[in-house]
Design a protein around this ligand. Structure first.
Ligand SMILES: [Zn+2]
Length: 84
């Protein structure tokens, strides 16, 4: 069984974080889709989430550095690498 990651935020997709409803072409965690519709959040919302919850809260980065790090991280995600 390959170790799957969320295509939007790279969170490891353990059974408890797999999106219960997902209408997109991507493999996504529950934090990257809207519960009710199964659609992915906007790039801006995902970016803010990664910045605040991972780079600032988890990694302890300052906000401007975290913003840049989040932008770089999204460029590598299958769901966002071709986005603006
Ligand atoms: Zn995700």
């Amino acid at each position: 069984m390959e170790n799957q990651l969320c295509d939007s935020c790279s969170l490891p997709l353990t059974p408890d974080v797999v999106a219960p409803k997902n209408v997109t072409q991507w493999k996504l965690c529950k934090y990257c889709v809207k519960d009710e519709t199964g659609e992915m959040w906007s790039r801006e919302e995902i970016l803010t989430g990664i910045r605040d919850h991972f780079f600032i809260a988890d990694q302890g980065m300052a906000e401007d550095a975290a913003q840049r790090a989040a932008e770089e991280a999204l460029k590598k995600m299958p769901a966002w690498k071709d986005a603006e």
